[in-house]
Write a protein that binds this ligand. Structure first.
Ligand code: G6Q
Length: 546
């Protein structure tokens, strides 16, 4: 049994280093070391990470790197890439990296090389997506299928939704893509009301093919299609992506129209598989493969690069530093790119579903903090909403700013204004504004002594608030692949340090089960075995619906 990480020498060193270092001002660290930015910038091709605006010095990094030795990170990375069953609670390998193993080196699970199956499905994605895009695979009435509807939820929705939005510039202009995830009937209605059944292709994405939201939404969509075009049209308008052929057939989709994926691909790590079929349909297979190439480049970097220059490892360690030593529970991701506005939502699942755990791999309750609350949104929008708290609130929120240097829409000077804002935020958070500076500004603005005394405290910014700046040359399928894989590996490293299974999600199951108990009660039967609040609420909702 491994010793708990918070009992390790590296952890204790970090704890005492924190006590000594916690009041250190980043401003002073920059003044002391003119090479600080250079020293704390990493690069992989067109992706740069400047992590100099963090509350760290070389000792912090040294001690954090010691943590990676305590947990045998190197060996754990190898275990993941080589197909070991590191998803301990479900006894499964974790091989999203094999989905983008562009070198096609063999990867074995239970003695079987998984690459031939992965390549076979990639070829099927290619031929199907091309057939639809070039109008060879047509709808039942002979029309080109130009509206794609992805029906799925969680890991079967968030990746494709984020990627199709992010790669809007690469999407076929005569096609549209829609996503139905929520069980709320409005989600179906909003999409179906816009579409022509003759031109619509539904992709039902569900690893298990038992998820009530997806199956209910798929049934509604199927009925909508059958009402318009008849039962025989289903074969031309419905395909499935699943690991469960039996349930796909039961649902009424011919398994010839099913794209397979495997237990070794977790839902939230699955957009690289056939779960990304909608992405391939919208951006074309060549671009889909570029996305895989970008992720593969990050995989190789992560697997082979010394940890002190390893982008995902450094990001993970910084997160551990703030979470476990500063006691910070949140982390914001702010892309300065409109098309990346759903990346924070995607990362919310990736990170919080993976590392929101409180029992370790030794089946023990954990006594240190794991996971972080991830939130965010597109800059500059969020500067005008929650950034007040980030600049002057009582809690510190570390941020990742994601900044593409070149835009696909260099209209007027929009992009320069956007970039200026992105870079200014990190600077403002770090330097802050002293009361003396605030007074000088107020004086310059012609304020009276009384006004200055009234306002100076409110105009002061403490600063010393940390951020990473991740610059990419441009948002492309390749750089998107790099970015997403970077975060996947960050989450992995943190899971290893916290000694948790980052690849199960048992926490989402309890509520699902209880919903199944309540459903018949809403339909008529009397509520049984609930607390009095839940019983009252069931009765209240029933009476309001009468
Ligand atoms: C992701 C989770 C979860 C899952 C959904 C949908 O890692 O497992 O978000 O993707 O619950 O599950 P199905 O794909 O089985 O419908």
């Amino acid at each position: 049994m491994n010793k708990s990480i918070n009992k390790s020498t590296a952890w204790k060193k970090l704890a005492s280093h924190y006590r000594w270092h916690k009041n250190e001002q980043m401003k002073d660290l920059f003044a002391k070391d003119p090479k600080r930015a250079e020293k704390y910038t990493l690069q992989l091709e067109d992706l740069y990470l400047d992590y100099s605006k963090n509350r760290i010095d070389s000792k912090t990094i040294r001690y954090l790197l010691k943590l990676t030795q305590e947990v045998n990170l190197k060996q754990k990375i190898e275990a993941m890439f080589s197909g070991a069953k590191i998803n301990q609670t479900e006894n499964r390998a974790v091989l999203h990296t094999a989905l983008r193993n562009r070198q096609n080196t063999p990867v074995f699970v239970d003695g079987k090389n998984v690459m031939p199956e992965i390549n076979h499905v990639l070829l099927r994605i290619k031929s199907f997506s091309e057939a639809v895009r070039f109008g060879k695979f047509k709808g039942a009435t002979g029309k080109k299928l130009t509206n794609i509807v992805n029906i799925g939820i969680g890991g079967s929705d968030l990746g494709p939704f984020m990627a199709v939005t992010a790669l809007k510039e690469y999407c076929s202009k005569d096609m549209t893509c829609h996503f139905i995830s929520n069980i709320d009937g409005s989600a179906c209605d909003d999409v179906l009301s816009k579409l022509d059944p003759e031109k619509t292709l539904f992709i039902v994405v569900s690893k298990t093919f038992t998820t009530i939201e997806t199956l209910t939404n798929a049934k509604t969509c199927r009925q909508w299609l059958v009402d318009a075009l008849g039962e025989d049209a289903v074969a031309k308008h419905f395909v499935a992506v699943s690991t469960n052929a039996e349930e796909v057939a039961k649902f009424g989709i011919n398994t010839d129209n099913m794209f397979e994926f495997w237990d070794f691909v977790g839902g939230r790590y699955s957009m690289w598989s056939a779960v990304g079929l909608s992405i391939a349909l919208m951006i074309g297979m060549e671009n889909f493969e570029k996305m895989l190439d970008g992720a593969n480049a990050m995989d190789i970097h992560f697997r082979n690069t010394d940890f002190k220059e390893n982008i995902p490892v450094i990001l993970a360690l910084l997160g551990v530093w703030y979470n476990n030593f500063f006691g910070i529970k949140t982390h914001a991701v702010i892309p300065y790119d409109q098309d990346l506005r759903f990346l924070p939502k995607y990362l919310q699942q990736l990170d919080m579903e993976s590392n929101g755990k409180s029992v370790d791999l030794n089946k023990k309750f954990i006594k240190y903090s794991t996971g972080q609350v991830i939130f965010g949104g597109a800059g500059t929008d969020v500067q005008h909403s929650f950034f007040q708290l980030i600049h002057q609130g009582t809690q510190i929120v570390p941020i990742d700013f994601i900044v593409p240097a070149i835009s696909h829409n260099e209209i007027g000077n929009h992009h320069e204004i956007l970039l200026a804002n992105a870079l200014a935020q990190g600077e403002a958070l770090m330097t802050g504004k002293t009361t003396k500076q605030a007074v000088a500004e107020l004086t310059k603005a012609g304020k009276s002594k009384e006004e200055i005394s009234q306002l100076k405290a409110y105009k002061t910014f403490q600063g010393n608030r940390p951020s990473n700046t991740i610059v990419i040359k441009q948002l492309t399928p390749y750089t998107l692949g790099m970015l997403v894989a970077m975060y996947e590996h960050k989450v992995f490293v943190q899971g290893i340090i916290w000694n948790i299974d980052s690849f199960d999600q048992m926490g989402v199951e309890l509520g699902k089960k209880l919903a199944l108990n309540i459903l018949p009660e809403l339909k008529g039967s009397s509520p049984v075995s609930h607390d009095s609040s839940t019983t009252n609420l069931i009765n209240l909702v029933k009476s309001l619906r009468k």
